[in-house]
Design a protein around this ligand. Sequence first.
Ligand SMILES: O=C(O)CCC(=O)C(=O)O
Ligand SMILES: [Fe+2]
Length: 203
Amino acid sequence: MSEAETNASTQSAATAPLARPARRSSWVFPQAIPAAICDLIEASVATEIELHPSGTTQSEATIRSEHRKSSHGFLESTHWIAALPSHYIHLANGLNFHFDLTRMESVQLTPYEVGDYYKWHADGAPNWKPTVRKLSCTIQVTDPELYDGGVLEFMGTTQRVEAMPRQRGDVIVFDSRVSHQVTPVTRGRRTSIVAWYQGPQFR
Ligand SMILES: O=C(O)CCC(=O)C(=O)O
Ligand SMILES: [Fe+2]
């Protein structure tokens, strides 16, 4: 049975637990991160993290530069900020996705200035070996009053575009196969934390 299905059909009637509700492609923890922690994250971006223009790291060699415009920096997995996406990814995985997960990649901090964007893409490429990206996580660090644009949008299976929540401290965990974009920032600056968790290839 594929990992992408619920396991209800393999259970005999006598042992079947209540059927799991169908899996959602994203899971949101509204305003999970307190404002004071978001302040500390923004201070880290300003002082501690080395930022580079996107498209310059080896793992991004395949991303065309017109596809994305923003600077970003990366955190080691031992950095305290990396504990936040790791926690919520595991929580959402237990509540909803039920994927086999093995390791988190370096965590990305992404300030989007006016004019910055990230066009439609999916984070997970199915031909990665031996492990693939399975879950992606965005933490909305910036107060939405302080910027316009910079909307994280998902493309649903029915080709319907859905804007994701953007309250400060919202944590969004989503299936890395889902197509998504960040629309251009038109005022202010939007900072996100983005993390990816890998696991063995989907069965
Ligand atoms: O900034 C975000 O919320 C998402 C960015 C993104 O899609 C990515 O870095 O892969
Ligand atoms: Fe992405």
